[in-house]
Design a protein around this ligand. Structure first.
Ligand SMILES: NC(=O)c1ccc[n+]([C@@H]2O[C@H](COP(=O)([O-])OP(=O)(O)OC[C@H]3O[C@@H](n4cnc5c(N)ncnc54)[C@H](O)[C@@H]3O)[C@@H](O)[C@H]2O)c1
Ligand SMILES: O=C(O)C[C@H](O)C(=O)O
Length: 352
């Protein structure tokens, strides 16, 4: 037997046991009769092996709108991929590990969800994560610009108030920026607001809808309690309690986890709620409205979270704030002051 024939045979036996990982297969996908991805959307999760990434990946694997699910991380994506690939749901799962596989992970994607980056520990602000997460988001968005410039991007990595402007500048530099397709995920603020308001009012949280505007950190998180659906009123004490609790919901979890990270499970739930809305918009469903941190002309700031209408091309309409009460007008001024600095910091990270 020729030496190169022997090497080929040995290599065949050494194939990794995870046929979903890029570049490895025992029975090649092309040889299987089932073909994934013929209908439905192609979704990539970057940071898929993390605290948010894993439950998010599981929930997206269960989403009937998803036909192909790409899981990218710099560690542990083979194990997460093998695990999820055994679920008998429709989406085909493929794993990608490390920078050399980023381009394959992103090519052809309709939606890219980014929860990559470090989380807070007690005593930290989200802005304390900037130094590490800004560079991670920059690299990943450069990949998006190159490999799937038309994808909708859902950005979760903190500080969202700065990472969204960073992503926008990366896309501008690459000549691929479409403001409608870049959305900072603030759904967890809405999810928390619905829950806390429902608790106070004695309602089912599924029947409550609280618009939360501004940004995603401290005082920039501005719940509009005067616009809650179903219509209701609050005492000044209830308004103070609810506003503070919604603004500090993230810190509440960070402290309870005592150094083991920040919200992951409620965040995965919120991220899937938002991603599903984006996919229904892409499919052409009418009347899909969610809050998100997007390029905006609602205030003098270039980015702001408000309700947006999701459609085939992303955030197709950015809604105005609507009537605010005096408490909310004061909150808005505080939110804008802090947001202005965070947005500028993100822009400067790319442009200077
Ligand atoms: N927007 C929100 O509402 C919201 C809510 C919760 C958490 N977050 C943020 O989400 C981020 C992730 O939180 P987590 O709890 O999942 O953290 P985690 O540390 O558990 O997971 C992060 C994952 O990102 C991966 N990662 C790191 N660098 C990467 C890179 N260059 N490319 C791809 N993957 C990379 C890590 O390997 C890890 O698996 C944090 O920045 C956190 O603050 C945002
Ligand atoms: O609070 C954090 O650091 C994570 C996230 O932004 C949250 O709101 O839970």
């Amino acid at each position: 037997m020729e030496a190169n024939q022997r090497i080929t045979m040995i290599a065949a036996h050494l194939q990794p046991l995870n046929p979903q990982m890029e570049g490895s297969s025992v029975l090649r996908r092309a040889d299987c009769r089932a073909k994934g991805g013929s209908s439905g959307f192609k979704v990539a999760i970057l940071g898929a092996a993390g605290g948010i990434g894993q439950p998010l990946a599981m929930l997206m694997k269960m989403n009937p709108l998803v036909s192909v699910l790409h899981l990218y991380d710099v560690v542990n994506s083979p194990g997460v991929t093998a695990d999820l690939s055994h679920m008998d749901t429709g989406a085909v799962v493929r794993g990608f590990l490390g920078q050399p596989q980023l381009e394959s992970a992103l090519t052809g994607m309709d939606l890219v969800i980014i929860p990559a980056g470090v989380p807070r520990k007690p005593g930290m602000t989200r802005d304390d994560l900037f130094n590490i997460n800004a560079g991670i988001v920059k690299t990943l968005c450069e990949g998006v610009a190159k490999c799937c410039p038309n994808a909708i991007v859902n950005l979760i990595s903190n500080p969202v108030n700065s990472t969204v402007p960073i992503a926008a500048e990366v896309f501008k530099k690459a000549g691929t920026y479409d403001p409608k397709r870049l959305l900072g995920v603030t759904t967890l603020d809405v999810v928390r607001a619905n829950t806390f308001v429902a608790e106070v009012l004695g309602l089912d949280p599924r029947e409550v809808n609280v618009p939360v505007v501004g940004g995603h950190a401290g005082v920039t998180i501005l719940p509009l309690l005067s616009q809650v659906k179903p219509p209701c009123s609050f005492t000044p004490e209830e308004t103070n309690y609810l506003t503070n609790r919604i603004q500090n919901g993230g810190t509440e979890v960070v402290e309870a986890k005592a150094g083991a990270g920040s919200a992951t499970l409620s965040m995965a739930y919120a991220a899937v709620k938002f991603a599903d809305a984006c996919l229904r918009g892409l499919r052409g469903d009418a009347g899909i409205v969610e809050c998100a941190f997007v390029a905006s002309q609602v205030t003098e700031l270039p980015f702001f979270a408000t309700k947006v209408q999701l459609g085939r091309t992303g955030a197709e309409e950015v809604f105005q704030l609507g009537p605010l009460n005096e408490y909310e007008r004061v909150g808005l001024e505080k939110a804008k002051e802090e947001l202005a600095g965070s947005i500028q910091k993100g822009i400067a990270f790319i442009t200077k």
